[in-house]
Design a protein around this ligand. Sequence first.
Ligand SMILES: NC(=O)C1=CN([C@@H]2O[C@H](COP(=O)(O)OP(=O)(O)OC[C@H]3O[C@@H](n4cnc5c(N)ncnc54)[C@H](O)[C@@H]3O)[C@@H](O)[C@H]2O)C=CC1
Ligand SMILES: O=C(O)C1=N[C@H](C(=O)O)C[C@H](O)C1
Length: 272
Amino acid sequence: MDQPLKTVITGVSGRMGRMLVATIADSDRTVVSAAVERAGHDWIGRDLGEVLGGAPTGVTVTDDIALALQGADAVIDFTAPAATIAFARAAAEAGVAHVIGTTGMTTDDIAQLSGPAERTVLVRAGNMSLGVNLLVQLTRRVAAALDEDYDIEIIESHHNQKVDAPSGTALMLGEAAAAGRGVALEDVSDRGRDGITGARTRGDIGFAAIRGGDIVGEHDVMFAATGERITLRHVASDRSVFARGAVKAALWSRGKPPGAYDMLDVLGLSED
Ligand SMILES: NC(=O)C1=CN([C@@H]2O[C@H](COP(=O)(O)OP(=O)(O)OC[C@H]3O[C@@H](n4cnc5c(N)ncnc54)[C@H](O)[C@@H]3O)[C@@H](O)[C@H]2O)C=CC1
Ligand SMILES: O=C(O)C1=N[C@H](C(=O)O)C[C@H](O)C1
């Protein structure tokens, strides 16, 4: 068997960072080799196990990404767009695979990942769960089978701490629906209805975002026509589905050539 994958976790005190530490602790194929938080965070300089309320692990939380990447095989990154761009450059420099779950990235942010992806393996997805990635493929197929008599609406629901909208998953589903229809999402996307909006434009793909309580992540893709409605739905009730997908992507990265990949590649669901 291969040596356990030496994995760096960024944003380690966050909702996903903590879930990743727990997921890796349950695996004999990966170990946390370093843990990163933002400068000034009160976990910096402290033992990861102790700040999580357990036994010491020997991993000291750091804000120095270059140091954290030394000798590592992969970095799993669920943080924020500016941090992720900086980490992509550092991972490319260190030749370490970069698994990105961060959402809310603009087109310009994403363009800044193409240089790093020429130098290392970069896997990025707005949702790392198997279920959502299957839903992406189903959405593309249903959109291809139906014409514009079926209005496509994407409704996402998340917890009250989420900072970006529409969710990364909603945008993945929108891209899939647009691809199924053979159009560019940017040409048909309707993201901000408020006031006297006028009637719906035929062919648009609409987005709606709900924020409340501790909702982990729910996504509906609705195809609404006169007289009938089809809804494809995914409900995440536990963040472990995202963490398991991210760890799978990190393990998959081993030995792969540099390039930009997504979870469809990792899961073998890519149809292109
Ligand atoms: N692709 C997927 O499957 C999923 C993606 N996400 C996305 O992951 C991101 C994080 O989500 P949560 O864990 O819920 O957020 P969170 O706010 O709980 O955690 C983010 C963490 O990143 C840290 N951070 C920010 N800037 C940093 C920097 N420069 N260096 C080091 N650490 C830094 C913060 O201090 C915080 O601990 C969001 O963009 C979210 O949408 C969340 C769940 C699943
Ligand atoms: O912020 C979250 O929590 C989530 N973010 C991702 C997204 O933006 O789609 C994935 C998941 O839905 C949870």
